[in-house]
Design a protein around this ligand. Structure first.
Ligand SMILES: Nc1ncnc2c1ncn2[C@@H]1O[C@H](COP(=O)(O)OP(=O)(O)OP(=O)(O)O)[C@@H](O)[C@H]1O
Ligand SMILES: [Mg+2]
Length: 266
């Protein structure tokens, strides 16, 4: 078994990074894999999506990234029935990010922590903020793989192409060896009744192809995603029979194959 560290990255806010994080985490845990989610977002999105009360900075990723970290990760178990744990975020992450800019090996702070104090989980999911700052550089440096949700809107699509460029150039600057591959694009919040969504979905294969990226099937738009997150639950637990629960399976299949060290499906 191989440990996979998956970053959810996008060049825009609100495109479905956190939604994808929690639903993949749940789907993978349901399949028997242990999962840790790390919240790199100063807005602590995972707290909301997991129904967690805000934590003191000393029990969050702030402690892990601080200079005097002693190796004891603070992880909170969520959703009970399977093994998913969360390292919570905190607003002070924004200050840590500034401090990392001047710290030696600041770009590698998270990567260094995961090496010196490894987590035992099969899958580690890094839920990233929308801006491509120091926290996302840290995520990239710590990742084995990257996944990019794409909203079916002009700005989000062009932003995704820029993000791919950013990943490649940043990985080069950081001398990441091996360079974390982008598993693929995931069209998010697809609403069939919106003409623009249908049109962009048709164009995405060509764009993904030009960027040599896999294109996953779409995640459909449904208000039940919002209702589920308002309850701090993934849709699979909130409405187990909802058809959108299946939308995460192809990605989970690839992640499972990677953890089992089999080649991912093309
Ligand atoms: N498939 C979907 N259908 C309907 N609503 C969705 C879907 N996916 C996400 N949402 C909603 O859209 C909003 C943004 O999603 P999410 O928080 O996952 O995006 P994000 O990229 O993590 O945002 P941020 O940049 O703020 O971190 C949330 O309210 C979420 O519940
Ligand atoms: Mg988010």
């Amino acid at each position: 078994m191989k440990q996979i560290v998956l970053s959810l990255l996008a060049n825009a806010g609100g495109v479905g990074k956190t939604t994808l994080s929690v639903h993949l985490a749940y789907e993978m845990s349901r399949r028997g894999f242990s999962v840790a989610m790390i919240d790199l977002d100063p807005q602590r999105s995972l707290d909301v999506f997991c129904g967690l009360p805000p934590a003191e900075a000393s029990n969050t990723l702030v402690k892990v990234l601080s200079k005097d970290f002693k190796g004891n990760w603070s992880l909170v178990r969520v959703w009970q029935d399977h093994k998913v744990e969360v390292c919570q975020g905190h607003p002070l992450l924004a200050e840590i990010a500034n401090e990392l800019v001047i710290r030696k090996r600041g770009e590698y702070a998270l990567s260094d922590r995961l090496k010196s104090s490894p987590l035992p989980h099969n899958l580690i999911i890094l839920d990233c903020p929308a801006t491509l700052g120091m926290l996302n550089v840290n995520a990239l440096a710590a990742s084995t793989h990257i996944l990019v949700p794409v909203q079916l809107e002009m700005k989000a699509i062009s932003g995704s192409a820029e993000l791919v460029e950013w990943c490649i150039s940043t990985a080069e600057e950081l001398h990441l060896e091996p360079r974390p591959p982008i598993l693929g694009f995931v069209p998010s919040m697809y609403d069939e009744s919106v003409a623009m969504h249908r049109q962009y979905l048709e164009q995405l294969p060509e764009i993904a192809n030009q960027l040599h990226l896999k294109l996953y099937p779409k995640v459909r738009n449904s208000n039940e995603f919002k209702n589920a997150s308002a309850h701090g639950l993934p849709l699979q637990k909130f409405r187990p029979k909802h058809p959108a629960c299946k939308d995460f399976k192809p990605i989970a299949d690839d992640l499972a194959a990677l953890i089992k060290d089999k080649k991912e499906k093309k």
